[in-house]
Write a protein that binds this ligand. Structure first.
Ligand SMILES: [Zn+2]
Length: 161
């Protein structure tokens, strides 16, 4: 069993809930997300598949495509307002996410892949030092940040989804 992100206690499956997820083509599927309770502090957690970004209805790869190249037309079947919301979300959150990745790396005594040489780099570029910029980088940010309980409003995101 994986130790819980809250206090390292053992997690027990207490149920599941359905969550709708939309793909690049606009098709939806239903995922089953397990509800887990920490047997030590009784905090509730939800299993987070790699394809989910908390709060987002679309697959992680869709959001990633749009925020990676905000100036380019995307192939994601979503309306303009949604695409704009993702770009704004990432612009607003990137500094916070970068800070979270830094503190996680510090906590686990990990050093970024290479030292940041140019101070004026974009946050997206700086994040690449922690998770790389190969496809799936957004999922690689989401998991450690959520698991460290640093994702903003993680819990309500799952409960309201
Ligand atoms: Zn706990």
């Amino acid at each position: 069993m994986v130790p819980s992100p809250c206090c390292g206690g053992e997690l027990k499956v207490i149920g599941s809930r359905k969550r709708k997820l939309t793909s690049e083509s606009g098709e939806s599927r239903v995922l089953v997300v397990r509800r887990l309770r920490c047997t030590q502090c009784r905090k509730i957690h939800h299993e987070l598949p790699d394809c989910i970004v908390p709060y987002k209805r679309y697959e992680s790869t869709c959001v990633e495509q749009v925020i990676s190249k905000p100036e380019e037309a995307s192939t994601v079947a979503a309306d303009d307002a949604t695409l704009r919301r993702w770009k704004n979300w990432f612009r607003e959150q990137s500094t916070y996410l970068l800070g979270s990745l830094r503190s996680i790396a510090f906590r686990f005594h990990q050093v970024p892949v290479e030292k940041l040489s140019v101070p004026s780099q974009s946050a997206h570029h700086a994040i690449g030092h922690y998770v790389g910029d190969a496809p799936g980088w957004l999922a690689r940010i989401v998991r450690p940040v959520v698991n460290s309980n640093l994702w903003l409003h993680t819990r309500s995101a799952f409960l309201s989804g």
